[in-house]
Design a protein around this ligand. Structure first.
Ligand SMILES: *Cc1c(COP(=O)(O)O)cnc(C)c1O
Length: 395
C-alpha cells in the first residue's frame, strides 16, 4: 500500500480487479461474494451491462459542462426523482454529506426567512450524517467529532425513537426550524424504530404543528434498499426535505437534496451551488440506475431477499449463545451480537465474503439489490458458520 495516502482508513489487505453482479475478483483471481455493495452504493451489483452502456455512451458525448448551462440529463433525473418521491425540486451535489449540508443550509435559511436569527435543528443520538463540519456536528457519535471542535452549533440532540423527547424540546424552544433524522439508522447499527411508520408519522405531526421542516436522511435507506424507492414510502407521510446519495449513481459520485412545497422554494439564486453537482455523467448514471431498478423489479427483490436472508439466519442461529437480535429493513440487515465483533470482517474476507461491522457489535449486510435466492443461500451458509465459530472461540 502506498505511503502517500493519508491514514484515514484501516484497509483490508485485498485489491479488487473486476466484478460482475454480486461477485468480485481480486488481483490474484480469487472470487468473493459481495454482501456490502461498497456500503450500499452498488445496488445494481458490479458491471451491470445496461449501466455500463449508458455511462460509456455518456462519457463519449459529454462528462461535464457547468451549472451555468442547461443540462438535459440533470433535468431528466430531477423529473424522475420528483415523480417517484412525490416531491418538487432537487439540488444535485456529489455525496451524502453534501446532500445533508444542503438540507441544513436550507433549514437555516427557512428559519431566517421567518425571522428566526439563531435557527436550531433537532438531531438524534447515534445518527450519522457525514464528515464535513456541519454534518459531523449533526452526527451523534463522539468518535466522529473528537478532535474537530469547535463544532458547528445549532443542533439539539435527542434520543432516537423518542417522541416525548422531541415534544419536550418543542415546548421550551422557539428557535427550532427542523428535524433531521434517518428513518433507519445505518452506521448507528441498523436501528429501526419500534413502530417505524408510527415514529415518522408522529414526527410529521410535530413538524406540522410547529411549522418545522421534516428532513429525512435517506442516503443509506433510499433508492430501493428497504423495498420501496424511499424508506418513508412505508408510511403515510412525505418529508419536506430528503437527502440521497449512496445508491443513486451506482458508484458514480452523486448526491441530491430534494424538497417539497414551501421547502422547495427556500433556495433562491446564489444561495447554494456545486461545480460538479448534477453533471451529465453523474445524472445519466442516476437516471439509468432508477430505470434499471424499475425494469428489473429490484425494490420487490430487495424486500423479498432481505426477508429471506433474515428468516434463514434466524432459523440457523436460533438459540445461539451470543446472538442478540437480527433485524432488517429490506436489504439493510443487522445481526447484533453480545460482544465486539470487528474481527469478523477479516475472518469473513478469508472465507471470500465481504461484510461490515458497525456500532462495535452489529454485523451489517448491505448486499446489491440484484442478489438472487441462490446467492442469498450462499451468503447465509457462509455467515452462519462464521458467526457460530466466532461466538464459540471468543466467549
Ligand atoms: C453514508 C452516509 C452519509 C454520508 O455520505 P458520504 O457520501 O460519505 O458523505 C450520510 N448519511 C447517511 C445516513 C449515510 O449512511
Amino acid at each position: 500500500m502506498s505511503d502517500h495516502l493519508m491514514n484515514t482508513y484501516s484497509r483490508q489487505p485485498v485489491t479488487f480487479a473486476k466484478g460482475e453482479g454480486v461477485w468480485l475478483w481480486d488481483t490474484n483471481g480469487e472470487k468473493y461474494l459481495d454482501a456490502l455493495a461498497g456500503v450500499a452504493v452498488n445496488g445494481l451489483g458490479h458491471a451491470h451491462p445496461e449501466l455500463v452502456r449508458v455511462i460509456s455512451e455518456q462519457a463519449g458525448k459529454l462528462i461535464h459542462v457547468s451549472n451555468i448551462y442547461q443540462i438535459a440529463e440533470q433535468a431528466a433525473l430531477a423529473d424522475k426523482l420528483c415523480e417517484i418521491s412525490g416531491m418538487d425540486r432537487v439540488f444535485f451535489c456529489n455525496s451524502g454529506c453534501e446532500a445533508n449540508e444542503a438540507s441544513i443550509k436550507l433549514a437555516r435559511l427557512y428559519g431566517h426567512n421567518k425571522g428566526i436569527e439563531m435557527p436550531e435543528i433537532i438531531v438524534m443520538d447515534k445518527a450519522f450524517h457525514g464528515r464535513t463540519m456541519a454534518t459531523l456536528s449533526a452526527t451523534g457519535n463522539r468518535k466522529t467529532q473528537a478532535g474537530f471542535e469547535p463544532l458547528v452549533s445549532g443542533f439539539i440532540r435527542v434520543p432516537f425513537d423518542d417522541i416525548e423527547a422531541v415534544k419536550q424540546v418543542a415546548s421550551r424552544n422557539s428557535n427550532v426550524v427542523a428535524i433531521l433524522v434517518e428513518p433507519v439508522q445505518g452506521e448507528g447499527g441498523i436501528n429501526i424504530p419500534k413502530d417505524a411508520s408510527g415514529y415518522l408519522e408522529a414526527l410529521r405531526e410535530i413538524c406540522d404543528a410547529h411549522d418545522w421542516l421534516l428532513m429525512l436522511d435517506e442516503v443509506q435507506t433510499g433508492i430501493g434498499r428497504t423495498g420501496t424507492w424511499f424508506s418513508f414510502q412505508h408510511t403515510n407521510i412525505t418529508p419536506d426535505v430528503m437527502s440521497l446519495a449512496k445508491g443513486l449513481g451506482s458508484g458514480v459520485p452523486i448526491g441530491a437534496c430534494i424538497a417539497k412545497g414551501k421547502a422547495a422554494e427556500v433556495f433562491s439564486y446564489g444561495k447554494h451551488g456545486s461545480t460538479f453537482g448534477g453533471n451529465p455523467l453523474a445524472t445519466a448514471a442516476g437516471l439509468a440506475t432508477l430505470n434499471i431498478i424499475e425494469e428489473e423489479n429490484l425494490r420487490a427483490n430487495a424486500e423479498k431477499i432481505g426477508n429471506l436472508i433474515c428468516e434463514e439466519l434466524n432459523v440457523a442461529l436460533k438459540n445461539t449463545q451470543g446472538l442478540v437480535t437480527i433485524r432488517n429493513a429490506g436489504l439493510m440487515i443487522g445481526i447484533e451480537l453480545d460482544r465486539p465483533c470487528a474481527d469478523l470482517v477479516k475472518i469473513a474476507l478469508a472465507d471470500k465474503l465481504l461484510i461490515n461491522v458497525t456500532a462495535d457489535n452489529v454485523v451489517r449486510l448491505l448486499p446489491p439489490l440484484v442478489m438472487n435466492e441462490a446467492e442469498a443461500g450462499i451468503l447465509v451458509q457462509k455467515l452462519v458458520a462464521l458467526i457460530k465459530t466466532f461466538l464459540n472461540t471468543k466467549s
